[in-house]
Unconditional design. Structure first.
Length: 226
């Protein structure tokens, strides 16, 4: 019961703010694009708001106590969470693709605008994959506590060497966000090691998206600013 209460707190007090941070970033980009007349490869300013609306509906279903408990009872909470992450990832992938096309066509002429877009896309990529790793490892936070070693997607140092952590330690959302962040910066695992093929593939995809964003956006932005 203590583990269940802790997981509920983690879901609501850690995961929900992470999801909301993505929505806030999308809304901020939409409002700034409208005010400054920014375009992304022909996409209108309000295209950032399209996924944000669906994301808010899904976030509410995971945050609202009655809906959250009902989803748990029918074993659909994880499916809804994965759907939410899929919406975020798909929307961010479209934005990244549009940004790359815009860069190739030479449409990005404002350094601050390009940096704003690039940072928002990169940060969303990190948060989305951190949440995805959190939901996939050991079949999600509710099952992970009792998951056997061969069902886990990551091997953390604290699991390999229990003396490094307090009794009963288990990875939390911040640990998965850290994995996603370092993978997006170093393009390789720096803390926990991926154990399963699907995890390695996801980390490869995240690294590739991060590399495209950082290398192309940074190079063009520096060129513009100079």
């Amino acid at each position: 019961m203590d583990d269940l209460a802790e997981i509920r707190r983690e879901t609501r007090l850690e995961a929900t703010p992470a999801f909301l941070a993505v929505v806030v970033g999308q809304v901020a980009l939409a409002l700034q694009s409208r005010q400054s007349g920014w375009r992304l490869s022909g996409l209108p300013w309000w295209h950032w708001l399209v996924p944000a609306g669906l994301e808010l509906v899904l976030i509410f279903s995971l945050q609202h106590s009655a809906t959250h408990d009902r989803l748990n009872r029918i074993h659909k909470r994880r499916a809804v969470a994965l759907l939410l992450i899929a919406v975020i990832t798909a929307a961010n992938s479209v934005s990244l693709g549009a940004l790359i096309i815009s860069l190739v066509n030479g449409n990005e002429t404002s350094g601050p605008e390009l940096l704003f877009k690039g940072i928002a896309i990169w940060a969303t990529n990190v948060v989305a994959f951190g949440l995805l790793f959190w939901e996939l490892d050991g079949d999600g936070p509710y099952d992970r506590v009792n998951a056997p070693i061969n069902a886990r997607d990551f091997q953390f140092p604290q699991q390999e060497n229990p003396d490094l952590a307090p009794p009963g330690w288990h990875p939390r959302l911040i640990d998965y966000i850290y994995i996603a962040f370092t993978n997006a910066i170093a393009f390789s695992p720096t803390d926990a090691m991926p154990l399963r093929g699907r995890t390695k593939l996801l980390m490869l995809i995240e690294s590739a998206a991060s590399a495209l964003t950082v290398l192309l956006v940074a190079a063009r932005a520096v060129n513009i600013l100079h």
